[in-house]
Structures are given as structure tokens and as C-alpha cells.
Ligand binder design. Structure first.
Ligand code: MSP
Length: 672
């Protein structure tokens, strides 16, 4: 086989059936491929990113019949649902294939002719079971109780003559190819699954359907009574499109081949077995990589029309915007594993990661730069950015890119958010508003703000593939010229690059959301006036109560409920409050909410404090934070860990917000 490896990155998604509306499963695959495509482009690689629609087959034909339309009119009408959604989700595909396009039909006919000439096709008769929803045949040993072994719906008995592809011929070749290329299917568990599947003998693949039964498909040039089996037709899109791009098919393909295919785990066999065999029969090398991601469940259940729980990505974009949806889908779970969708989880991510961590950082930093240096802007100090910023950027940001390139999207975003947490800590630790009070510290103030602005610029650069619109807004606020997609890691990834920042005031990037997802007004963000948080809320005073999920104690500092008598100052003095610095934070095993913290309150040893805040804070962002600790509370043992203190926090609709001090104070400072 010719070695057609090129520097091009050719990325594909599955082509989606048009007999259904797009859901978050479709959006997931497409967004992941888009992030990968954008990351490669920012790295300077030429990319060809292809997605499209699968428009033939019995199911589409039957749906068209039900709607009283011709199949072509029907698919033409459904198509915009996909196209519009991709444009609203900022998908940057380079081409869009429809299997009803003449270029694809021409390519499929070409393949059929080549395979026939090679002797890889034959006519045979078939008697067995047929699953209509999956559009595939099964043998007696596959079918139990008249049900499809794959989708568990009833199968029909069918007997007919068809055209078969000699797939079995290539089985040994495929096994030995995978043995020497274990990296070709990811994650590893999916590679093992395919190797297990290939232990059984492969049957030949039935690649035709009689027109009398399925009239909607690509005609078979040498068998007028048949159309092409929809899966055979669909898989070929990955080749027919590049074939159509060059002066000759070979020339078009040689630029791009082989492809990286991102798919869902349910269509792994077709992609990892049928597809490389088909390619081998066409004398083409196997795909560069097949990555099968997991499935989205909804509130713990399978997503299905019959359950009525199908999540519409368009409605999510309407409510939250494209970027938060893109961020959530890739941040929430590991790309190879199943993930659960809940509106609550989405809202938590928006409020915590996006509004608190990133949005607040941008508005605070730009507001300070604008206020303290309105005339001159913030110039780069002679020595450039601080070693601390440089160190954090060099340690964390390359990981964002590397992890994205290996499709570990959630870990890539974790690294980026560690960098954002570093910037937030830098704000707290260097307290620019304190420096601003002393004219002698003006240079220090400028240097601190320069670091923060550079940090934000780098955040925007690395965020761009995931959240292109947000990255654009960050760059706009920083007045960094050039469209974000034009910025490359190589030329723009250095900390200390920009000479001068004249910022614009940035509005809130992400409004906080209430439990229904509606944007909260300032008013709505105030803590509720109830003296005890709702059950399940992690609570205001953040030391966990006796049980992981029990209500937390009342809010310190809130107006007492009318029936409670007021306390006097001596009562209040009984509570010993101290500042503490979190030195370590780890989850308490088997607990959803509890974190075990090691808090330095100025004593010989740090105290262990158990806090029910993991719904609102990640362990990494706590380390280094100054908190307020109730130091004289009787110790309590929670999930096997003894807590010797309690953290104070404000309770909001969306979790807790820890109390901290306005200026730096050493650990153990008293609070009155
Ligand atoms: N038309 C075929 C693919 C042909 S590719 C040559 C097809 N189409 S599909 O519209 O049914 O689904 C396409 C993709 O959506 C698959 O990758 C599938 O895994 C994904 N998903 C469908 N439901 C899903 C979830 N609940 N979660 C995540 N992705 C899932 O199959």
C-alpha cells in the first residue's frame, strides 16, 4: 500500500441520520472534533474538518412516507436543523457532506465498480433475521426471543438474494495490523473490545438492499434491482469527499489521508472493523485513529424519545449561549467514558467555573487596570512578567494543548482552570487595591496588573478552541489586536509578550444563573434570608454537620429569625474566629461533598478541618486561600475524619462562597 501520510490533519465526525432531531450526543461528537480542529489550526497544522448527514436508508424513507413527502424533499427540509445548530455552536467544519450529493453518489459507484473488478463482491442468497431500526441482518445464533441483540427490538424473518462483500478475506490482515498498531483505537478499552470481537470469524457483509423493499439508496451500477446498504454508503463519505477535491480522486485524497475519526462507542464495530477492511480492499491505509467516546445519560437514565428526556442542544444554546454549552460538554466527563447530563450540573459549572473563576477575574482585573492607569495604560515592566507568572504559565499551559491533542478534554480544561486559579490567588495575594493606596508602590502595582493582564491574554489564547466567542471577548477587553483564531501558540504563547495594555472595561462574561437557568440579577445573587439552608445544600458555615447530606447550621451574620432573642456582645465573643491559610485540600473518600483541609491558623501544626464545600470548590483552588475559621468548636468526626474547626461561608442559591479577608493577614489573626 502506498504511504499517504501527510502533515494534514483530516478530522471527521460520523454523518448524522436526518430522520431525527439533533441532540446533545450529536453535539458532543461535533464539538469535540471542532475543539481538536481549532487546536491543530492554532498549532499551525493544515486541517480539513468534515461533518455531514447520512440521508439514505429505510428509516429515512419511512419517515418521509409518514410525512407525505418525497425522500429528497424530506431530507432537504430536515437538513437545516443540523446545519443551523452547527453554525450556532460555532463549529468550524471545512466541508459538509450529504450522502445525496452527486459527488458522494459518484464516489460510491466508483468504489462498487472497483470492488467488483477486484472480485471482492459476489451475489448470494440470504435467509435470516433483519432488524429494521438498525438496518442490519442477524443469524439464528445472534437472535434470542425474536429480539435484536443490539437494540433489543423485534427482528423480522427475511429471505432474499443480495450482493456481499468478502469481508472475511481481510480478517487476518486486520488482526495483525491492530496487533502492531494498538494506538489506532482509543480508549484502550475499545481497542480490547475490537480485538475480542475479531477473535470470532467475520461473516461477509451484505452491502445491498432490494429496491422493492428499500427504494431510497444509491443505485448499484451493475445490479439495477438493488440499492447500496446505508452503512456501506455512509462510511464511504470519508473517502468520497477528498476524492472530489482534487484534479483526480487520488490527488484529492493523497493530501489528507489517513483520517482521524471521532465517533460514539455504539458505532465502533462499523468503524473499526468494516471501515479499515473496506479501505484495504481499496488499497488505502487504515485510519490514523478511531476514538470512540462514551454516551450521555440524562439524570442517570438513557436518553431516548420514548422516555421524553432527549436534551436539545439548540434550547441550551438559546438559554446559556454556545460557549457555556461547549465548555460543559467537554469539562463534565472524561471523553472515553459515559457522562451524565443534568441541568443542575450545567448551572453549577456556569456559576462556579465560568462566572466566579473566569468572569470575575476578567472584570476585576480590567476594572483595576482601567481605574489605576487610565491615561498611560499598563506597560510591561523592564524585567518583563514576574517569574511566578512565567512558572505557572510554563507548567500549566502547554498541558492544555497536549491534553487536548490526546482528546483528554476535561483534563485540558482542568489545567487551564488551575492557571485561572493561580491568577485569582495572585490577585488576592498581591492585593492591587492596597498597593494603589501608596504612590511609592505605583511600579509594583503596574507590575502586578501587567502579570494579571498577560495571564488573562494567555488564558484567552488557550481557551479559544473551547470557547471561541469568550476568548474573543477577553482579547477585546484587553485590546489585543487580531482575530483570536489567527493567534498561534508558537508566536503568542510567551508570557511577557505584550508591551502595553490599554484595556476596555469588560462587562460580565457570564451572568450567574438561578436553579432554572435564568440569569440572576444583582438582587438575585444576594443570600437568601432563611436561617437554615435547604436540605442537600452544602451549607453556609462550611464545617459539615453530622451527616454528609444533612442541613448545615445557620448562617453567621444573617439577621436572626424574629422569634429568636438577640445575643449580646459577650455571647458573640465566645466564638473564636481566626484567619487561616489552606495548605492542603483533598476529597474525603466516599463523600460527595466533604473535603479534608489542612488549615494553618498560626499554631504549631495546621488543623484538620472537614468542610462540605466540594460542590462549590475544587481542592486545587482552595490551596493558598485565606479563610475564616471558627477555632473553638468541639471537634466532630465526619465520615471517619475528625474536624477541628469550621470555615465560614456565605450561602447562595448556587452553593457556598467562602469568607476571606480584604487585606492580607497572617494565619491566626483574630477576628472581632
Ligand atoms: N449515521 C450513523 C453514522 C454513520 S457514520 C459513517 C449514525 N448516526 S446517528 O445520528 O445515529 O448518530 C451519530 C452519533 O451520535 C454517533 O457517534 C453516536 O454515538 C452519537 N450518539 C447518539 N446518542 C448518543 C448519546 N446519548 N451520547 C453520546 N453520543 C451519542 O449512527
Amino acid at each position: 500500500m502506498a504511504d499517504l501520510r501527510t502533515p494534514w490533519v483530516y478530522l471527521t465526525t460520523p454523518i448524522y441520520y436526518v430522520n431525527d432531531v439533533p441532540h446533545i450526543g450529536h453535539a458532543y461528537t461535533t464539538i469535540a472534533a471542532d475543539v481538536l480542529a481549532r487546536t491543530h489550526r492554532q498549532g499551525g497544522a493544515p486541517v480539513f474538518f468534515l461533518t455531514g448527514t447520512d440521508e439514505h436508508g429505510q428509516k429515512v424513507w419511512q419517515s418521509a412516507e409518514r410525512h407525505g413527502l418525497s425522500p429528497q424533499l424530506y431530507v432537504d427540509r430536515i437538513l437545516p436543523r443540523f446545519r443551523d445548530l452547527w453554525s450556532r455552536l460555532a463549529i468550524s467544519n471545512d466541508d459538509f457532506v450529504r450522502t445525496t450529493q452527486p459527488r458522494h453518489i459518484k464516489g460510491v459507484s466508483e468504489v462498487l465498480t472497483r470492488l467488483r473488478e477486484k472480485g471482492d463482491l459476489y451475489e448470494g442468497s440470504y435467509e435470516g433475521w433483519y432488524c429494521l431500526p438498525d438496518e442490519r441482518f442477524w443469524t439464528d445464533k445472534d437472535v434470542e426471543n425474536g429480539l435484536c441483540p443490539d437494540c433489543h427490538r423485534p427482528v423480522e424473518r427475511i429471505s432474499e438474494t443480495n450482493i456481499f462483500f468478502r469481508m472475511s478475506r481481510y480478517q487476518d490482515w486486520l488482526v495483525s495490523w491492530y496487533e502492531s498498531h494498538p494506538e489506532a483505537i482509543r480508549p484502550e478499552s475499545r481497542y480490547n473490545e475490537i480485538m475480542g470481537f475479531l477473535k470470532k470469524p467475520l461473516s461477509d457483509l451484505c452491502i445491498s438492499r432490494p429496491k422493492s423493499r428499500v427504494p431510497w439508496g444509491i443505485p448499484i451500477p451493475f445490479a439495477p434491482d438493488y440499492v447500496t446498504y446505508v452503512w456501506f454508503d455512509a462510511l464511504l463519505n470519508y473517502v468520497t469527499v477528498p476524492w472530489s477535491l482534487g484534479a483526480t480522486p487520488e490527488e484529492g485524497l493523497s493530501r489528507l489521508w489517513p483520517a482521524v475519526h471521532i465517533i460514539g462507542k455504539d458505532i465502533l464495530t462499523t468503524h473499526a472493523v468494516y471501515w479499515p477492511i473496506l479501505l484495504a480492499a481499496l488499497d488505502l491505509p487504515p485510519p490514523r485513529l478511531i476514538f470512540a467516546h462514551g454516551w450521555w445519560t440524562v439524570d442517570g437514565e438513557k436518553m431516548s424519545k420514548s422516555r421524553g428526556n432527549v436534551v436539545d442542544p439548540g434550547a441550551l444554546v438559546d438559554l446559556f449561549g454556545a460557549d457555556p454549552v461547549r465548555f460543559f460538554l467537554l469539562r463534565e466527563g472524561q471523553f472515553g467514558q459515559d457522562v451524565d447530563f443534568s441541568r443542575e450540573a450545567l448551572i453549577n459549572r456556569i456559576n462556579r467555573d465560568l462566572a466566579n473563576d473566569l468572569g470575575n477575574l476578567l472584570s476585576r482585573v480590567t476594572a483595576m487596570a482601567f481605574r489605576y492607569f487610565p491615561e498611560t495604560g499598563v506597560a510591561r515592566p523592564e524585567a518583563g512578567c514576574s517569574p511566578a507568572l512565567k512558572e505557572a504559565a510554563e507548567a500549566l499551559l502547554p498541558q492544555v494543548r497536549l491534553r487536548t491533542l490526546s482528546l483528554e478534554f476535561h483534563r485540558a480544561l482542568q489545567s487551564l482552570w488551575e492557571f485561572v486559579a493561580f491568577l485569582n490567588r495572585h490577585v488576592d495575594a498581591r492585593a492591587p487595591w492596597v498597593l494603589a493606596r501608596d504612590p511609592a508602590l505605583r511600579e509594583d502595582l503596574s507590575a502586578v496588573l501587567y502579570d494579571l493582564l498577560e495571564g488573562l491574554r494567555l488564558t484567552g489564547l488557550y481557551l479559544a478552541p473551547f470557547m471561541p466567542e469568550t476568548a474573543g471577548k477577553i482579547m477585546e477587553a484587553l485590546e489585543v489586536p487580531a482575530g483570536i483564531s489567527l493567534l498561534s501558540y508558537e508566536t503568542h504563547g510567551l508570557p511577557g509578550l505584550e508591551a502595553l495594555y490599554r484595556v476596555r472595561l469588560a462587562g460580565a462574561l457570564f451572568p450567574k444563573r438561578d436553579a432554572q437557568g435564568n440569569p440572576l440579577s444583582e438582587e438575585g445573587e444576594k443570600p437568601r434570608k432563611s436561617s437554615s439552608p435547604a436540605p442537600g445544600e452544602s451549607g453556609t458555615a462550611a464545617a459539615a454537620p453530622a451527616k454528609d447530606s444533612a442541613p448545615a447550621p445557620a448562617v453567621l451574620g444573617e439577621a436572626p429569625a424574629p422569634e429568636e432573642p438577640p445575643i449580646n456582645y459577650a455571647d458573640f465573643q465566645k466564638v473564636q474566629l481566626k484567619t487561616g491559610v489552606v495548605r492542603e485540600a483533598v476529597p474525603v473518600p466516599k463523600s460527595k461533598k466533604l473535603l479534608r483541609l489542612s488549615v494553618d491558623i498560626g499554631e504549631a501544626e495546621p488543623r484538620t478541618v472537614v468542610a462540605g464545600i466540594s460542590g462549590s470548590y475544587s481542592p486545587e483552588e482552595l490551596v493558598g486561600k485565606t479563610v475564616v475559621v471558627v477555632a473553638n468548636l468541639t471537634p466532630a468526626t465526619l465520615m471517619g475524619v475528625t474536624s477541628r474547626g469550621m470555615l465560614l461561608a456565605a450561602s447562595t442559591e448556587n452553593g457556598v462562597s467562602l469568607l476571606t479577608v480584604d487585606r492580607s493577614a497572617p494565619p491566626g489573626s483574630g477576628i472581632k
